[in-house]
Design a protein around this ligand. Structure first.
Ligand code: HEM
Length: 182
């Protein structure tokens, strides 16, 4: 008796039957919808990242190299370059490329220090910052980056100002440590 009712319950729950019903539902209702999506409608296009619109990794690396070159050429930035090995400069350059590749939506990971920490104690002034922004602008133009992309890129850099500039009003006395306290 018990066995009998067990068997009849098993007969009621028929996984094969349910599978067939689900398959029929998919074939009847969902498959035609996906076919028409493939034929008529275009898949929603993902907006291109700034990284892509700028031209990718090599363009960003070129912009960074041009920026570093201008900093190196300007006597007003001499105090930042002293006492560093070539490999240390190359490592910093790579970190800046990685960071900007990442911030523009590219496939890079930035593993350097946070901006505040990396620049703490350098006492970068507002004036130095303004000059450096001109270097970025020149670098973008040299790399023939489009106007809208230039604006977006410069906005990303500008966003870092609050963490990098330590002397918003002060001037760093060339060749000596600043005596003014923040
Ligand atoms: C006036 C502008 C700037 C000056 C003078 C400056 C100067 C420096 C100096 C001297 C270092 C080396 C610090 C050290 O190794 O102890 C450094 C590191 C670094 N800077 Fe700048 N910087 C400026 C703006 C920027 C901007 C706009 C960015 C980002 C786009 C940036 C990204 C970095 C990165 C990623 C490092 C390396 C961080 C690390 O070693 O973990 N810097 N900077």
């Amino acid at each position: 008796m018990r066995i009998e009712s067990e068997m009849s319950r098993k007969r009621c729950f028929n996984p094969v039957g349910i599978g067939m019903v689900v398959t029929a539902f998919v074939v009847t209702f969902l498959a035609p919808a996906s076919r028409s999506f493939g034929q008529g409608m275009s898949a929603p296009t993902k907006e291109k990242t700034l990284y892509q619109r700028m031209g990718g990794y090599d363009v960003i690396a070129g912009v960074v190299d041009s920026f570093i070159h201008q900093v190196g050429e300007d006597p007003a930035f001499k105090r930042f370059g002293g006492g560093r090995s070539h490999s240390s400069l190359v490592a910093t350059r790579q970190l800046i490329v990685d960071q900007l590749c990442n911030l523009t939506g590219g496939p890079c990971m930035y593993i350097g220090r946070p901006m505040k920490m990396a620049h703490a104690g350098l006492e970068i002034t507002q004036q130095e910052w303004e000059t450096s922004m001109k270097f970025w602008k020149t670098s973008l133009e040299k790399s023939e980056v489009g106007e809208p992309e230039q604006k977006e890129f410069l906005a990303i850099i500008e966003n870092l100002r609050k963490d990098i500039v330590e002397k918003p009003d002060g001037n760093y006395p060339q060749g000596g440590k600043s005596t003014t306290q923040n």
